[in-house]
Design a protein around this ligand. Sequence first.
Ligand code: SF4
Length: 431
Amino acid sequence: MSGTVSLLPERATAKAGCTEPAVIRERGQHEVFCGLTGIVWMHRKIQDAFFLVVGSRTCAHLMQSAAGVMIFAEPRFGTAVMEERDLAGMADANEELDKVVSRLLERRPDIKLLFLVGSCPSEVIKLDLSRAASRLSAQYSPDVRVLNYTGSGIETTFTEGEDRCLASLVPELPQSRSKAPELLVVGALADVVEDQFARLFGAMGLGKVAFLPPRRSRDLPAVGPNTKMLLAQPFLAETARMLGERGATHIPAPFPLGAEGTTAWLKAAADAFGVDPMTFRSATASAEARARRALEPFRETLAGRRIFFMPDSQLEIPLARMLSRELGMEPVEIGTPFIHKAHLSEELALLPEGVTLSEGQDVDRQLDRVRAASPDLTVCGLGLANPLEAEGLTTKWSIELLFTPIQGYDQASDLAGLFARPFDRRTRLRV
Ligand code: SF4
């Protein structure tokens, strides 16, 4: 078993209605990281949490290579490696897990929230991590809360790990008794981005804004029927569904990528809270103008370039919208693992006419389409980038889009830079 997932081939093409682009739906073999990868950015966000993967050496290697260079202090994740004895049922895996947790918590009193993260091996032997989490929570509360979710490649792809992690937090959120509407921003954002958004919301007069996940586990935001949720990431279907069950309502919006996307995202929140247009403009106009100016130099490199997205991070549709509308790139095919229409309808409406969308993957067929289209840039996972580069295609690793702060006005040029850099690199290699 490895860090990538394979499924049996099967394919269907669906024609959409006249107002929506046609979608190629594929359910074949796909090349994408499993949900464990989300730990790499989630562990930096919740500063008193620890992610304990209950998995195999393969899982440990995936985590190490995905996060390797980013570990600079005492890490906030690790792997309880299941040995052959566990997998063969010769040892009591629960007993072993209890020992690992006890050693960890003794050594690390800074840990206040412990996630037990399921993997393919723990699922195969049907280790019940939710019972383990309840048992350990009872033992270690109130000092440490223990939760569980799965990051296994059988159940999840890449960014779904964050969705499952946040969904596991939803039942823990306190009940809001507020009579006034409250804004909840959902999705992990780099601290610097979160601070910028908090300032912008403050300038609009929205003082009470909460973020999920919080930076500290004791600061879990309250939720209730007066909560309005604004999604900061497009891959949070399960989290949003569970927040909806707690009474929260969704604010439909594009995602905050690029100058235009950020303004539209902020405006959706402003409208939901009745902020008047003048106040909104004075809060956002100068930051938006700065972002537009910062994007200008990148248009020279990127306008007219044809871009192909392989399905990977679920950020593909918002990225294609931003790159086409703000930088003049031409999306050839926008592949994405899932198209969650309730969360993407505002984005879909902004895509260029006639663009091809694909949902799911049949990797060989899709690679044939990449070769036939011969795009200027292909956005894909690490596993596909090297072979495509060897064939002379220019690629961008989609994983970088999760590891780099890209949301908001001040990050718009960094986002454009990520797409311009592969062209610079190729030009330099040719010199
Ligand atoms: S969870 Fe599964 S797919 Fe992910 S690294 Fe472990 S064995 Fe591989």
